[in-house]
Design a protein. Structure first.
Length: 278
């Protein structure tokens, strides 16, 4: 296990935990159903035996409900066992007193996606992160207490800590890879619920060019980056108006970092062009 103390974490900003209300409710529901099933069986021994099938059928159904409630409580307890310590420079997932710390600067994929009743709205109600494709995602859902505050804090800290490393790589002539999934895959996963089983495609960004699906486009030729809130889409076009990339925004992993990096590079190019004598 990796512990936060082995890294320069910065100050602990906030700890986020899962609420236990649903787990307790399911346990109580299970106990009530089990007790009622026993009471119905008791009634079958003292009531006239006009319809014993009714007694045994009702008792069996209540017993089944109790078992389902207990099973669901175990499942929900497992889903809610992790807490998260958000530091200035990274995030620690804590399970059973053991912390696994990941610096923001090492996170390649920060994945936001919708689930539940917000699927059609496109609101990000889940967050998952990983260093790279060689390790599994750590998934945090909206069941985390104050999830929206958690999500906003992690996105802000991630952008602040990882952005300088990305810009340094580009300035030194290197390339940075962002991963994305197609719009069709985004919608299929919203329906299937298998959100983390994703097949990504790369967006390779250098200081001078953007490479998508084998097509390399000079950044100087990009005309616009449009964000359409209604359709959730990110659309990038070149100077001729031809679409370079069009996909649902949440399908781009590390979306904030990708858009902010493009914006900063375009601003730098604009400033350089303005400073060049005519």
């Amino acid at each position: 296990m990796q512990h936060p103390q082995s890294y320069s974490t910065g100050e602990l900003i906030q700890t986020f935990r899962h609420g236990k209300f649903l787990v307790y409710f399911l346990v109580i529901l299970g106990v009530v159903c089990l007790g009622t099933a026993g009471f119905v069986l008791y009634l079958s021994t003292i009531a006239p035996q006009k319809n014993p099938v009714l007694f045994f059928g009702t008792s069996g159904f209540l017993l089944f409900c109790a078992l389902c409630a207990f099973a669901a409580s175990v499942w929900q307890k497992k889903l809610r066992r992790a807490s998260y310590d958000v530091y200035e420079k990274g995030i620690a997932q804590v399970i059973g007193g053991q912390a696994q710390y990941t610096p923001y600067a090492e996170i390649q994929d920060l994945y936001l996606f919708s689930s539940g009743q917000t699927i059609l709205s496109g609101m990000a109600t889940n967050l998952a992160y990983r260093r790279n494709a060689s390790e599994p995602f750590r998934w945090i859902s909206e069941h985390l207490w104050k999830f929206m505050d958690f999500q906003q804090l992690v996105r802000e800290r991630y952008l602040r800590e990882r952005q300088p490393a990305v810009l340094d790589t580009l300035a030194s002539g290197g390339a940075v890879t962002f991963n994305y999934i197609s719009s069709g895959q985004v919608w299929r996963k919203r329906i299937s619920g298998k959100f983390l089983n994703i097949s990504t495609q790369p967006i390779v960004l250098t200081r001078d060019a953007l490479e998508v699906q084998g097509r390399k486009i000079p950044l100087s030729s990009l005309r616009s980056v449009d964000l359409n809130a209604w359709t959730e889409k990110v659309v990038i076009k070149d100077e001729s108006g031809k679409t370079v990339l069009s996909t649902i925004g949440l399908g781009i992993l590390s979306l904030d970092l990708f858009l902010n990096t493009l914006s900063l590079i375009r601003e730098q190019d604009h400033d350089m062009a303005g400073a060049t004598p005519a």
